[in-house]
Design a protein around this ligand. Structure first.
Ligand SMILES: *[C@@H]1O[C@H](CO)[C@@H](O)[C@H](O)[C@H]1NC(C)=O
Ligand SMILES: *[C@@H]1O[C@H](CO)[C@@H](O)[C@H](O)[C@H]1NC(C)=O
Length: 406
């Protein structure tokens, strides 16, 4: 017994020695606290400079470094861009809430917090980013006699970032998009929560363009615009186990507005719940002066829709501000779209609405096991919904309510 104990003791000491020496060999992560760079958590000192200095120090480190915004207090940050390339990988641990500016001159900044040209980045920390949206939204109407803001900051922007993981971060009341991903590769967003009122303008949850291999999971989007919006040049984007609503649903496009737009391909939306939104899943392409490109290899499956205005919609005649020539047809080709195992309620009668282009009919559209009922917002019993198709080539299988139009 004794012998076993001392063996065990030796074993433990050996393990401790190995672990401690290996961490010396591999390098312990350098930990940089923003407070050591002059950050003050009083909610009014601008910490942009302090955060940036911590970043610059981290960026010079080989191996792994961790920047911490420690718990306690509120950090006001006016605007900051964390730019690489950096020598090692960086974890930005945000453990206290960050606050954006709300004065008028801040409304026309193009971003609030931006990471650019970085490889191997983690952003985490269980904190909220308060975007200050209510101060800017009233100016976004562009109504009569009103000042009109065209440019409004995205709260968290990643551009030219590869291998990033953003998790356990909340974004509250962004002035415009909550999170935008541009020209990135291999990005995972998990346990993200975005919150903004249902009528807040352009507050997309996640906005993805020209990016590849993006994964969004275990996240919740309550917002005023699209929960996730996927734009030109996006390839291999998976959304799963996420909740959307209020908001405008999961959206592809609009496409075809500009010449030489890259296609959107390999999009998978799986195991999601969409509740009290304008749209569930939507693809939209411009009606007017549309340029050719395509969207293909898209799967939407195992999605519950609860009180959604347009659960499944393809709109190839998108013309939000009017003045489009209805005889001009979209040049965007939609192909290989699978929609399966979708159930729930629609607040309009047309639950499946596929309006494709007469010039480029949708190809390879497959519907399988759909059960969508019409819940009239004015009351009454649940009724069968209907489907409507124009210029759709494809097939339907399994149980279908409403009756399929292909
Ligand atoms: C998305 O899902 C597909 C199908 O399961 C898989 O082949 C692909 O690698 C996934 N991509 C990402 C970025 O997770
Ligand atoms: C969807 O849910 C099923 C059943 O729980 C699970 O087996 C599958 O891995 C999930 N898929 C994704 C992409 O989350």
């Amino acid at each position: 017994m004794m012998a076993w104990r001392s063996d065990f003791l030796v074993f433990c000491m050996l393990m401790f020695f190995l672990v401690s020496t290996s961490s010396v060999v591999l390098g312990k992560p350098a930990v940089l606290n923003v407070k050591d760079y002059g950050a003050v958590a009083d909610g009014k000192t601008d910490n942009s400079r302090a955060f940036l200095e911590a970043w610059e120090a981290a960026c010079e480190q080989q191996g792994t470094s961790v920047i911490t915004v420690p718990r306690g207090g509120k950090y006001y940050v006016r605007q900051v861009a964390f730019t690489g390339p950096c020598k090692g990988s960086i974890t930005f641990l945000i453990q206290a809430d960050l606050y954006a500016p709300t004065d008028k001159s801040s409304h026309t900044l193009t971003y609030w917090i931006k990471f650019g040209y970085v490889d191997y980045l983690t952003i985490a920390g269980l904190a909220n980013l308060y975007g200050g949206g209510p101060s800017a939204w009233p100016y976004k109407g562009c109504g009569q006699g009103q000042e009109c803001l065209q440019v409004v900051p995205h709260s968290l922007r990643l551009e030219f970032v590869n291998h990033a993981w953003v998790h356990h971060i909340g974004s509250i009341d962004a002035k415009d998009k909550h999170i935008s991903i541009f020209q990135c590769q291999d990005v995972t967003l998990s346990d993200i929560r975005t919150t903004a009122p249902h009528d807040s303008p352009n507050t997309d949850g996640v906005h993805i363009a020209v990016s590849e291999r993006v994964k969004i999971l275990d996240s919740t989007f309550n917002t005023g615009d699209d929960c996730v919006a996927i734009f030109s040049g996006s390839k291999d984007v998976n959304i799963s186990q996420s909740i959307c609503g209020p908001g405008h649903g999961f959206s592809i496009g609009s496409m075809g507005k500009f010449p030489d737009e890259d296609p959107i391909t390999k999009i998978n939306i799986r195991n999601c719940t969409i509740s009290h939104t304008d749209n569930g899943f939507r693809i939209k392409t411009w009606a007017v002066s549309s340029y050719p490109t395509f969207a293909s290899d898209i799967t939407v499956q195992d999605v519950m829709m609860d009180n959604v205005r347009n659960p499944i919609i393809i709109d190839q005649h998108y013309c939000p501000r009017g003045g489009c020539d209805p005889t001009v047809e979209s040049q965007v080709q939609i192909k290989n779209l699978q929609i399966k195992r979708i159930w729930g309620t629609s607040t309009t009668e047309t639950a499946v609405n596929l309006q494709c282009s007469s010039q480029k009919p949708c190809q390879g559209v497959e519907l399988e096991d759909i059960l969508l009922l019409f819940r009239n917002p004015e009351g009454g019993k649940l009724q069968p919904a209907v489907s409507s198709c124009a210029y759709v080539v494809g097939s339907s299988r399994g149980k279908q309510v409403p009756k399929p139009c292909i």
